[in-house]
Design a protein around this ligand. Structure first.
Ligand SMILES: Nc1ncnc2c1ncn2[C@@H]1O[C@H](COP(=O)(O)OP(=O)(O)OP(=O)(O)O)[C@@H](O)[C@H]1O
Ligand SMILES: [Mg+2]
Length: 222
């Protein structure tokens, strides 16, 4: 893998379908590794589908996705460890907040200082440390989304794919999340790729924008 100079993702002739319905076609898109990228577009334009493909959770119908110069086909499990996705409808395990945030670290056998890292994750998303004891059903919608975000942030993956990270989140916490997302790039070199309808928020976080329309790239800027 040539990670020194390669883009984060190189997409070529990518097509994705749900069943027999083709919904995404990208002939060519490079996503650089040098900072955050925003994905914008109308409902149904393909943002979530693209993020799922980039997280190696949706197998392309055809085409290729290279990650940091490496061929990913057939090696999805390996690359899934380097790219984590906050789903548009965030999913929590039916466990405590602590177990939710610890889950990915445990799955990676990366449990050194686990308690501190869970506490750090909660702090990053503006939740008090004693939230770790709460059960998954004892959270508001915005709190649940922030717990799901914390569970992704603590992994410090190379790519952090965020699908509508500020939906249901109040303004104060949306500002906090903008800072955390930018910081994850500055501090750890984690590259955020963010789909959102909140264009003003995106502007403060990402200097590069990919616009999508009807499953295709309409334009790129920045
Ligand atoms: N699980 C699914 N099964 C079938 N079709 C789907 C599924 N998920 C999405 N689609 C379709 O794929 C297309 C792209 O959807 P996608 O969720 O990627 O759009 P989006 O840009 O994320 O939209 P939004 O802004 O509403 O989140 C749409 O036409 C949608 O109806
Ligand atoms: Mg979506």
């Amino acid at each position: 893998m040539n990670s020194a100079a390669a883009p984060l993702y190189e997409i070529r002739n990518l097509a994705c379908s749900y069943g027999d319905d083709p919904v995404l076609f990208i002939d060519r898109l490079d996503i650089p590794a040098d900072g955050p990228t925003a994905f914008i577009g109308h409902n149904g334009s393909g943002k979530s589908t693209l993020l799922k493909a980039l997280a190696f959770l949706l197998k392309p119908a055809s085409g290729t996705v290279r990650f940091l110069g490496g061929e990913t086909a057939g090696r999805e499990n390996e690359f899934r460890r380097q790219a984590t996705l906050l789903l548009q409808e965030p999913y929590l395990l039916r466990r405590t907040v602590f177990e939710n945030i610890a889950y990915g670290l445990r799955a990676r056998n990366d449990t050194k200082g686990l308690r501190d890292r869970v506490a750090e994750g909660l702090e990053m998303v503006g939740l008090p440390a004693d939230f770790s004891k709460r059960e998954w059903f004892q959270l508001s919608g915005g709190e649940a989304r922030r717990v799901a975000l914390a569970s992704r942030l603590v992994l410090r993956t190379r790519a952090l794919l965020l699908d509508e990270p500020t939906a249901n989140v109040d303004e104060e916490n949306a500002i906090l999340i903008a800072g955390v997302v930018k910081n994850s790039w500055k501090q750890w070199g984690t590259v955020p790729l963010v789909a959102s309808h909140d264009l003003q928020w995106l502007e403060g976080v990402c200097s590069r924008t990919v616009s999508m329309r009807r499953g295709k790239i309409e334009s790129t800027a920045g």
